[in-house]
Ligand binder design. Sequence first.
Ligand SMILES: C[C@H](O)CC(=O)SCCNC(=O)CCNC(=O)[C@H](O)C(C)(C)COP(=O)(O)OP(=O)(O)OC[C@H]1O[C@@H](n2cnc3c(N)ncnc32)[C@H](O)[C@@H]1OP(=O)(O)O
Length: 770
Amino acid sequence: MAEIGVKMEVDSDGVAIITISNPPVNAFAIPSKLLFNRFSLICLFSPFFSHSNLNQNDRFLISDFFSRLNVMVFLIVSLKEKVGEAMSRDDVKAIVLTGRRGKFSGGFDINVFQKVQQTGELSLLPDVSIDLVLNTIEDAKKPIVAAIEGLALGAGLEVAMGCHARIATPKAQLGLPELSLGIIPGAGGTQRLPRLLGLPKAIDMMLTSKPILSEEGNKLGLIDAIVPSQELLKVSRQWALDIAEKRKPWVRSLHSIDKIGSLSEAHEIIKLARQQAKRTSPNLPQHQACLDVIEEGIVQGGYPGVLKEGKLFNELVVSDTSKGLVHVFFAQRATSKVPNVTDIGLKPRAIKKVAVIGGGLMGSGIATSLIVNNIYVVLKEVNSEYLLKGIQMIEANVRGLVARKKLAQSRADKALSMIKGVLDYTEFKDVDMVIEAVIENLQLKQKIFGEIEKACPPHCILATNTSTIDLDLIGEKLRSQDRVVGAHFFSPAHVMPLLEIVRSEKTSAQVILDLMTVGKVIKKVPVVVGNCTGFAVNRAFFPYKQSADLLVLLGVDLFRIDRLINNFGLPMGPFQLADLTGYGVAVAVGKIYANAFRDRLFKSPITDLLIRNGRNGKKNGKGYYIYEKGSKPKPDPLVLPIIEESRKLANLMPQGKPISVTDQEIVEMVLFPVVNEACRVLEEGIVVRAADLDIASVLGMSFPSQRGGIIFWADLVGSKHIYASLKKWSEKYGNFYKPSRFLEERAMNGVPLVRNLKSILLIYRFTNPS
Ligand SMILES: C[C@H](O)CC(=O)SCCNC(=O)CCNC(=O)[C@H](O)C(C)(C)COP(=O)(O)OP(=O)(O)OC[C@H]1O[C@@H](n2cnc3c(N)ncnc32)[C@H](O)[C@@H]1OP(=O)(O)O
């Protein structure tokens, strides 16, 4: 069978097996209408432009688009045609619908949403809900059974729920993750899932976007039977015949009501879910929309529910929230494609044993990540007291994972047996990688690297967890600089998902690939970045606290700043974050930034004054906030006199009076300097693509994913506005705000920050031939 398409085979028992194939996840794609949109035309004609005008990324995008074009032409139309053919053939009594290569379907093709968002053309969205799931499948005159292997997600599960029964293999994933893309299920899922599972579980699955396994689905009524993979088709075809011959019920789930309960119960469940969603997802419109649609279906009936679902789906798919989340979906996956590393035929080597140097907060977090993912760890400290503390921290981390149900007790026990504490380098003789995680001191790191180069085998990767120091300096005195790499974890390292892999010009591709592989094994998202002070994330965010300090010194209330940044979507504002990280760290890295970025540094007296007043943030319970066990941090009024003293020292308030700024200006004055520095990161090629910085900002700084990451958000705001604002502030408040050359150039040319100028010119030339 062709790799992409829908195939039908009819056997002598009268069952037609219809198989969807669209690797890698059998996503449902759309019909040929897409051929005629403007974007496609540009791509169609682009080969006529000289290829030398295109960079590697442009060429990849165009060839990728052409390869996807086939898929778009075939899949949904083809599926409808095959079901239609089966209905009209006299030799077909019943149908089994399945997916190829061990997967039912990963849902609707998310690329299509991106096209809709880029072009604004809602007409690109096919009518999967009524035309395919309702009319073609659920209302079919012959029974259709879904044979589910591997996964049925999004439209995959929705199509399966339109079928008259569902048979699955063990451990198949079943879910409606649409809310994580800023939309709601759009092919009847909001109506059929509550009718098959009951309201509480269905709401929980949709609002959390978390899949369940087929075993649970079977217990709850979503799945009719679980069978081994090799029996899936046999059992499914018999089930389909049994329905056709009335030995088993013919269930049209949109019409079922027995699991819904009374109207008043349903209202109560939905009311509670609304309140919870308001608390947990205040900035996400899709949560309330999903509950509205579910309620409509319960009050008015399944069909009106499906209609409302379609209407709200179309509104949400073009919302900024969905644009941001869809961007994050693809950007996250793109990070695993690194030119000249992942595309040159290298194979990752096995990393079985890792040495971690330093058992402090970072080292113990890194060690925890490794052992809970089956990698042996040797933890080295300078004396037994520190070593014991490190091991105890690791034990506490593991206990915490068990308490939060992230790790089974049996796996926790095994993990703890995989760590060995040491005080010298003897055990380093057979390690595959070392991760140094000592304090940010160049001389110390250089000394350690000199020692480990001698103690470790020649294949061993020499990684540092520095967050700021130039890699070339750390490895300066080594013979094998190709093995030196940055493995920058974010605190707490066993929780935060980002791993910045820092490469110097000398780091070998093999070493980068190996570390990327380790990153995936320990369930991090590895993002490969270039070498500079602060690398990608800390570098881009180095002005973040400075701009907040500057605003405070201009007279703005610090707690107002934190509140607004929190409302914007970050989990906490810059001052609460400073409390959490500790002021000592801020002072140490502040010096490093001061050396590297002298021209654009804002030196605030606030942190030094706080330290002089015996404050060190959450660590000693005295920061901008009061920390009491069991309650949320509360603003500490005692910090205000220190702020007043800082204001006097800085003497920045015009005529000694606080400046007057709107809420929006405050958010912009804190975040535009970050965008400005991020532009320099792009210009210097520290990241392979702008989207990598987006993912790094989302996973490393908890920048709100619904805003798509720092660059994606900046492009939504517009480079012109950001440039004009920074320019205005730089004239008033100094060089800290001075727009970077990259930002200025983009703003002047009206070009988004994300785009490569050459590809923009290409599209511009085609769409404006004159
Ligand atoms: C109308 C409907 O209600 C709307 C919808 O159906 S919206 C879609 C709902 N479905 C989803 O959200 C599922 C999204 N996919 C996933 O969660 C995961 O990809 C998965 C669990 C299916 C597989 O995970 P995993 O094996 O780790 O592979 P992963 O790297 O994520 O994906 C493999 C490739 O498939 C692509 N892919 C996965 N699901 C896709 C989808 N629904 N559409 C388009 N591409 C998809 C990924 O982009 C990736 O492409 P790449 O190799 O070019 O980077």
